[in-house]
Design a protein around this ligand. Structure first.
Ligand SMILES: Nc1ncnc2c1ncn2[C@@H]1O[C@H](COP(=O)(O)OP(=O)(O)OP(=O)(O)O)[C@@H](O)[C@H]1O
Length: 988
C-alpha cells in the first residue's frame, strides 16, 4: 500500500495524539503517583496499560527453581533473592500466569479483549517484554500445533469474527517488520532494508512498508512463516534461537458499513482498527550471553532501545514528566501511538523462575509494574469520507473492473481449457467407446471361444466319460466275467482240489499201496537184487576169482612164459647175442623163434582170453539178467513215478490254471484299479479342467468386471468433467451476470455521482455568484452611501450625517432583507404581476394616457429602451417574471440578483434620459422615465435641495425595500411614489 493509502488507513484523524504537555497534565490529575507506581484501585482497567506476567517452565539444566512464587489470587508474584538485603519483593499485575498456563490461557487473558477492541475500530497493541530466552517469541509467534502463539490466534479470531459478521465488509492487511540495529526491515519484502518512520495527521507509520491484503488465516500463517524465516536470530549462551531484533506484526482491519445518508445518498462508515503484535528482543547481559563481536553489537543496540522504551514508559507513567523521549530510538518512535495513549495496550512480561536470572526477572517485573501506570485514552477510528469514499469506490470499481476483466480473461481461458477438456473428453469418450466396443468384441470373442472350449471340453469330457463308462462297463463286464471265471475257476479249482485231494488220497493210498508194493517189490527186488547182487557178487567173485585165477594162471603162465620167454628171450638174446655172432643164419631162426614165441603167446592169450571172455560173458549174462530184472523193477517204479508225476503235473497244471486265473483276476483287478485310477485321474483332470475353466471364467469375469469398472470410472470421469464443465459454464455465466451487473451498477453510480457533483457544483456556483453579487452590491451600495455620507457631511453637517447613516443602515438592512425575501412573497409578486399584466391592461393604458407613472406591467409592454432601462435600474423587476422556484432550499440558487447600485441607476437614467431627467426626489426608486429625469435634475440642484432629494430618495428606497413586495408592487402600480413625493416627507 502506498504511503498515501497508509496515511488514509492510519488513525484516520481520530487519534488522540502523542503525549503532549496537555496530555501529561491530564495524566497528572489521575490518582496514581510516581511514588507508588501502582495503578489506583479506583481506575477502570481500560484506562491504563494492562500487564500480564507469564512464567515459563524451567529448563532441564542450569536453572534452580524457587525464585518466584505466584500468589493464589493469580495476580501477585513474589520474587526471592538469596543473599540480598531485601530478600523478597512483591508485585501485583493484572494476571500472573504460571508455568502450567497454556497458550490458550494467555490468549484469553491478554489478547482476546484487544482483538475485540480492534474489531471495533480501536488500535490495539500487545508487547512481549522480558529477558532473553524467557519465552516471548514462543508466546507470540509459535506455530507448533500444540502451542499456537498469540499472533496466529489473534488472526484466527479476526477471520472467525469476519466470517460471522454479515453486516460489515472487512478488509484485512498484514505487514511484518523487524527493527534490527536501528534499521527497519520489511520482513515480507526483505530487500526493503531501511524503511523510514513517518508521521501524518493519522499517526506514526512505516513509510513504504508492504501491506499484504489477507483474507484467511492460512495466508496470515504463510506470511508469518515467511517473516519468521527472514527474521534475524542467532545462537547465544542463553537461547539457541535468540531473536536479535524487535519484530512487529501489524494487522489492519478496515470495517465498512453502508448507511443511508441525507437524501438518497448512501454513505459508508469506515472503522479502522490496527493490531500491533510486538515481539521485543530480549534484554541480555553480555557476560551471561557471552556475546562477542556482532552479537555484542546487537545486544548493545537491543539494550539501548529497550532502555529508551523504559524511559518512555517512565515518562508516560510519571504525571509530572514534561517530555517523553519517543524520538530517542526507532523502537519507541514506532510504538509512539501504542505508548502514547491511543491504543488498547497490553504488556506480556515473560519471566523465568530461576535463581540464576532473578536480577533480570526483577528488572522485567519492575518494568511491567511501571507500565501499569501508563494511561490510555483510545478512541474509535471511525470516519465518513465522501471524497475518499468516492476515490476508494472508484479505485474499488477499477479493481473490480480489472478483476472482472481478469475474471473474464480467466473465464475465456477456462472456456478454452474447458473446450480443450471437452475435446479431450470427447476424444477420450470416443476412445473409451471404441475401447469398450473392442472390449465388448474381445469379450464376446472370448466368451465364444470360452463357450467353444467349454463345449469342446464338455464334449471331450462326455466322450471321455462315455469311453470311461464303456471301459467301466467293459471292466465291470470283464470283472463280472472274471468274477464268473474266477468263480468257475474257483469251483473247478475246488473241484480239482477235491479231485486232487481225492486223487491225492487215492494217490496217497496208491502211493501207499505202491509204496508198500514198491517197498515190497523193492524189498523183493532188493532181495532179488541182493540175491542177484550176491549171485552177481558171487559170480563176479567167481568170475573175479576165475578171472583172478585165470589172470593169476595166465599171469603166472604169462609170467612163466614171460619168464621163459624172457629166459628164452634172454637165452635167445643170449643166443642171439651168441648167435649174433652167428648172425646171418641165426636171425631167421631168432625171428622164427620170436614169431613162434609170439604165436605161442598169442595162442596162450587167445586160449586164456576165451576162457576169461567166457567167464566174463557168463557173469555178464548173469549181471545183465539181474540188471534186466532190476531194470524191469525200475521201469515199474519209473512208471509209477511217471504216473505220480503226471498226477503232480496235472495238479501243478491245475494250480497253474488257478494261478493263471488268480493272475488274470489280479490283472483284472489291477486293470480295474488302473481303470479306476484312470477314471479318478480323468475325474481329477476333469475337475482340474473345470477348475481351470471356472478359474479362467472367473479371470475373464474379473477382467470383464475390471473393464466394466474402468468403463464406469471413465463414465464417472466423463460425468465429472461434464459436471465441472457445467459448473464452470454456470460460474462463467454467473460471473458474467455479476460482472455485467457490476458494470451497470458502476455506470449508474458514475452517472449518479457525476450528476450529483454537477448539481452540487451548479448549486455552489449559483450560491457563490449570488453571494458575490450580494456582497459586491452591498459593497457598492456601501461605497455609494459612504460617498453620500461624505457629501452629506460636507453639506449638512454632523447631525444630518448621523441621521443619514441611520437611514443608510436601515436601507442596507432593508436591502439585505429584500434579498432574503421568502419565496412565498416572490411567488405572490409574480402572480400579482401576471394578474396585473393580464387583467389591468385597460387601467394601465388609461394611466399611460394620463401621463401617469409606468408600473412594471406597463413597462413590460413598452418599447425596448424602456424595458432595458427598467432592467438596468432594477434587476429585481427583471428577475421577477423568471422566478419559478418556490422552495426555501432553492432560494439561494434562484434568488433574484440584488438591485443595481444607485449610481448605476443614476447613470443609466442619464444615459437613457439625457437632459430630460425630471425633477423629483433625488435617487429614489424611479418608476418612470420622467421620474428619473426629475431625479437627475434634482441632483444637479444645490446641496440643500439635493440633500432633500437624497433624503426623499432614500426614504423612497427604504420604503420600497422595507415594505412587503405586495406593498411595493402596489405602490409601483398606483403611482404611490409621486403622491408620496408631492404630499409628504418620507418617514425615516
Ligand atoms: N511457556 C513455555 N512453555 C514451554 N517452552 C517454553 C515456554 N516459553 C519458552 N519456552 C522455550 O524456551 C526457549 C526460549 O524461548 P523463546 O525463544 O521464545 O525466548 P525469547 O524470550 O523469545 O528469547 P529471545 O529474546 O532471545 O528471542 C524455547 O525453546 C521455547 O520453546
Amino acid at each position: 500500500m502506498s504511503a498515501a493509502k497508509e496515511a488514509r488507513y492510519s488513525l484516520g484523524g481520530a487519534r488522540s495524539g502523542s503525549p503532549t504537555k496537555a496530555a501529561s497534565r491530564r495524566l497528572s490529575t489521575a490518582a496514581d503517583t510516581a511514588a507508588t507506581r501502582r495503578p489506583a484501585s479506583g481506575d477502570r482497567p481500560e484506562e491504563r496499560v494492562k500487564v500480564f506476567v507469564r512464567v515459563r517452565p524451567p529448563k532441564a539444566e542450569g536453572e534452580t527453581q524457587g525464585a518466584l512464587r505466584i500468589k493464589p489470587d493469580g495476580r501477585g508474584v513474589v520474587v526471592y533473592r538469596e543473599h540480598a538485603t531485601i530478600p523478597s519483593s512483591d508485585f501485583e499485575f493484572d494476571r500472573v500466569l504460571g508455568p502450567s498456563a497454556s497458550q490458550s490461557d494467555v490468549y484469553h487473558a491478554a489478547v482476546k479483549p484487544i482483538v475485540e477492541d480492534v474489531l471495533n475500530g480501536y488500535n490495539g497493541t500487545l508487547m512481549a517484554y522480558g529477558q532473553t530466552g524467557a519465552g516471548k517469541t514462543y508466546s507470540l509467534s509459535s506455530i507448533a500445533a500444540d502451542a499456537i502463539g498469540m499472533i496466529p490466534r489473534a488472526a484466527a479470531e479476526i477471520f472467525s469474527h469476519i466470517e460471522q459478521d454479515k453486516v460489515h465488509e472487512y478488509t484485512v492487511y498484514m505487514s511484518y517488520v523487524q527493527l534490527y540495529m536501528e534499521l527497519i526491515q520489511d520482513l515480507l519484502r526483505p530487500e526493503s532494508e531501511n524503511l523510514q518512520i513517518r508521521e501524518n495527521e493519522g499517526g506514526v507509520f512505516v513509510g513504504g512498508v508492504h501491506q499484504q491484503e489477507v483474507s484467511n488465516i492460512t495466508q496470515c500463517l504463510h506470511l508469518l512463516h515467511l517473516g519468521d524465516r527472514n527474521r534475524t536470530t542467532a545462537f547465544t549462551a542463553l537461547n539457541a534461537h535468540s531473536s536479535r531484533s524487535h519484530a512487529v506484526v501489524m494487522l489492519t482491519v478496515i470495517k465498512r458499513r453502508s448507511v443511508a445518508g441525507n437524501g438518497d445518498a448512501e454513505i459508508q462508515r469506515v472503522k479502522v482498527g490496527k493490531l500491533f503484535l510486538v515481539d521485543l528482543a530480549g534484554s541480555e547481559r553480555l557476560k551471561k550471553s557471552k556475546s562477542t563481536g556482532l552479537r555484542a553489537s546487537e545486544a548493545k543496540s537491543i539494550n539501548l532501545s529497550l532502555t529508551t522504551l523504559g524511559m518512555c514508559i517512565n515518562a508516560r507513567a510519571d504525571p509530572n514528566a514534561t517530555h517523553v523521549p519517543f524520538r530517542d530510538s526507532k523502537l519507541t518512535r514506532l510504538l509512539q501511538d501504542s505508548l502514547g495513549g491511543n491504543a488498547k495496550t497490553s504488556l506480556l512480561v515473560a519471566a523465568c523462575d530461576a535463581h540464576e536470572h532473578v536480577e533480570e526477572t526483577l528488572q522485567s517485573l519492575s518494568f511491567g509494574q511501571r507500565a501499569m501506570c501508563v494511561r490510555i485514552q483510545a478512541v474509535v477510528n471511525e470516519r465518513v469520507d465522501y471524497r475518499t469514499l468516492h476515490a476508494e469506490m472508484v479505485a474499488a470499481l477499477e479493481t473490480k473492473d480489472r478483476k472482472s476483466s481478469l475474471l473474464e480473461a480467466t473465464l475465456l481461458e477456462k472456456d478454452a481449457q474447458l473446450e480443450a477438456v471437452q475435446t479431450r473428453l470427447q476424444q477420450e469418450q470416443t476412445d473409451a467407446a471404441r475401447k469398450l466396443e473392442e472390449l465388448q468384441r474381445e469379450r464376446e470373442a472370448m466368451e465364444a471361444e470360452r463357450a467353444r472350449q467349454l463345449m469342446e471340453q464338455q464334449a471331450a469330457l462326455a466322450a471321455e466319460q462315455a469311453h470311461k463308462q464303456q471301459l467301466l462297463a467293459e471292466l465291470e463286464a470283464s470283472s463280472a466275467a472274471a468274477q464268473g471265471l474266477a468263480e468257475q475257476h474257483e469251483a473247478q479249482r475246488q473241484q480239482l482240489l477235491a479231485e486232487v485231494a481225492a486223487q491225492r488220497q487215492q494217490l496217497a493210498a496208491a502211493e501207499a499201496a505202491a509204496a508198500e508194493a514198491a517197498a515190497r517189490h523193492a524189498q523183493e527186488l532188493e532181495d532179488q537184487r541182493q540175491a542177484a547182487a550176491a549171485e552177481a557178487a558171487r559170480a563176479a567173485a567167481e568170475v573175479a576169482a576165475a578171472r583172478a585165477a585165470a589172470e593169476a594162471a595166465a599171469a603166472e603162465q604169462l609170467g612163466k612164459a614171460r619168464e621163459e620167454l624172457g629166459a628164452q628171450l634172454a637165452a635167445a638174446q643170449e643166443e642171439l647175442a651168441r648167435t649174433q655172432q652167428l648172425l646171418v643164419g641165426s636171425r631167421a631162426e631168432s625171428r622164427m623163434l620170436q614169431e613162434h614165441s609170439e604165436q605161442q603167446l598169442k595162442d596162450l592169450e587167445a586160449e586164456w582170453g576165451g576162457k576169461v571172455a567166457e567167464a566174463q560173458a557168463a557173469g555178464e549174462r548173469q549181471l545183465t539178467a539181474a540188471q534186466a530184472t532190476i531194470a524191469a523193477r525200475d521201469q515199474t517204479i519209473a512208471q509209477l513215478q511217471t504216473a505220480v508225476e503226471e498226477r503232480d503235473g496235472s495238479i501243478s497244471q491245475l494250480n497253474q490254471a488257478v494261478e493263471a486265473l488268480e493272475a488274470g483276476k489280479a490283472e483284472l483287478a489291477r486293470q480295474v484299479a488302473a481303470l479306476q485310477g484312470e477314471l479318478q485321474a480323468a475325474h481329477h483332470q476333469r475337475r482340474q479342467l473345470e477348475a481351470a475353466a471356472s478359474q479362467r471364467q472367473r479371470e475373464w469375469e474379473a477382467a470383464l468386471n475390471e473393464e466394466r469398472h474402468n468403463v464406469a470410472a471413465l463414465q464417472t470421469q466423463v460425468e465429472g468433467y461434464e459436471r465441472s464443465r457445467m459448473a464452470l459454464a454456470k460460474s462463467f455465466f454467473e460471473n458474467k451476470i455479476r460482472s455485467d451487473a457490476a458494470k451497470t451498477i458502476q455506470r449508474h453510480w458514475r452517472q449518479y455521482r457525476l450528476r450529483r457533483i454537477r448539481q452540487q457544483q451548479t448549486e455552489g456556483y449559483q450560491a457563490l455568484t449570488s453571494a458575490k453579487a450580494t456582497i459586491s452590491s452591498l459593497a457598492q451600495q456601501q461605497r455609494d452611501l459612504e460617498l453620500r455620507r461624505r457629501a452629506n457631511l460636507a453639506f449638512s453637517g454632523q447631525t444630518l450625517v448621523g441621521d443619514n447613516l441611520n437611514v443608510l443602515q436601515e436601507a442596507v438592512e432593508s436591502i439585505v432583507a429584500a434579498f432574503i425575501l421568502p419565496a412565498r412573497d416572490l411567488k405572490s409578486l409574480q402572480s400579482i404581476k401576471s394578474k396585473m399584466a393580464g387583467g389591468s391592461a385597460r387601467q394601465s393604458m388609461a394611466l399611460h394616457a394620463a401621463g401617469g407613472p409606468l408600473g412594471p406591467s406597463m413597462l413590460s409592454r413598452t418599447s425596448t429602451p424602456n424595458v432595458d432601462l427598467i432592467k438596468a435600474i432594477n434587476p429585481l423587476a427583471e428577475s421577477l417574471p423568471n422566478s419559478a422556484r418556490s422552495t426555501p432550499r432553492d432560494l439561494g440558487a434562484d434568488a433574484p440578483p440584488p438591485a443595481a447600485p444607485l449610481q448605476q441607476q443614476y447613470h443609466a437614467a442619464q444615459q437613457y434620459g439625457g437632459q430630460q431627467l425630471p425633477a423629483g426626489p433625488a435617487l429614489s426608486r424611479p418608476s418612470s422615465f420622467g421620474q428619473l429625469s426629475q431625479q437627475a435634475q434634482q441632483a444637479q440642484r444645490g446641496p440643500v435641495q439635493r440633500e432633500g432629494s437624497f433624503r426623499a430618495g432614500l426614504a423612497g428606497l427604504a420604503g420600497k425595500v422595507m415594505g412587503s413586495p405586495m406593498d411595493r408592487l402596489r405602490r409601483l402600480s398606483s403611482g404611490h411614489y409621486q403622491q408620496q413625493a408631492g404630499q409628504q416627507q418620507p418617514r425615516y
